[in-house]
Design a protein around this ligand. Structure first.
Ligand code: IMP
Ligand code: MG
Length: 180
């Protein structure tokens, strides 16, 4: 285990089980749809890679980059689009793939935008959910694991762009961010 991690919340075996089960549900639910997976960069990358390979459908994948944290540990509440989708989502069933939903400020802004662009439906699949942190009401359609209100890193999740490559999700030692 990395020295800056105080507790592992999801190990790689558990993540693999989540990806398989969620992928099977999505395959079943979107059988007769025109599905587009929308990955929110950069945190979605490991989960999207694993989840999408467990979705047995002809689907498109596109990415967006929006920011709210600016590298810190608290959501700034302001959402900026840094990189937009490269395909049209008009009349498509969109499934946004997220690493974690916390305040839901970011994701609700993206949902509104996709609906305004004419998406047929917009749902959310997230590896982690921190419902205690909610500011905007949102119930993701697919949740890997509900976690307490702690700052976590690994498997895509970062603190100042670090720890994304850890193969598990763990609670970051508060000493790391209290230094700054
Ligand atoms: P929200 O808008 O507050 O729901 O924040 C969503 C985004 O904030 C996620 O996609 C993450 O990039 C980031 N985030 C939220 N909680 C954490 C955390 O515990 N660790 C790392 N990033 C987080
Ligand atoms: Mg992030």
């Amino acid at each position: 285990m990395h020295k800056d991690i105080i507790e592992v919340l999801l190990n790689s075996e558990e993540i693999s089980v989540i990806s398989k089960n969620m992928g099977r549900k999505i395959t079943n639910d979107y059988k007769n749809s025109d599905l587009v997976l929308i990955g929110l960069l950069k945190g979605c990358i490991p989960f999207l890679a694993d989840l999408s390979r467990n979705i047995d459908l002809e689907t498109q994948i596109s990415y967006m980059s929006v920011s709210s944290y600016n590298g810190g540990i608290k959501s700034s509440g302001e959402v900026k689009i840094k990189m937009d989708l490269d395909i049209s989502i008009t009349d498509k069933d969109c499934l946004i793939i997220e690493d974690i939903v916390d305040t839901a400020n970011t994701i609700t802004t993206v949902i509104d935008l996709l609906l305004k662009r004419g998406a047929k439906s917009v749902k959310v699949a997230t590896l982690l959910d921190k419902p205690e942190g909610r500011i905007k009401p949102l119930q993701p359609a697919y949740v890997g694991k509900i976690i307490p209100n702690a700052f976590v890193v690994g498997y895509g999740l970062d603190y100042q762009e670090k720890y994304r490559n850890l193969p598990y999700v763990g609670i970051l030692d508060p000493k790391i961010y209290k230094k700054y």
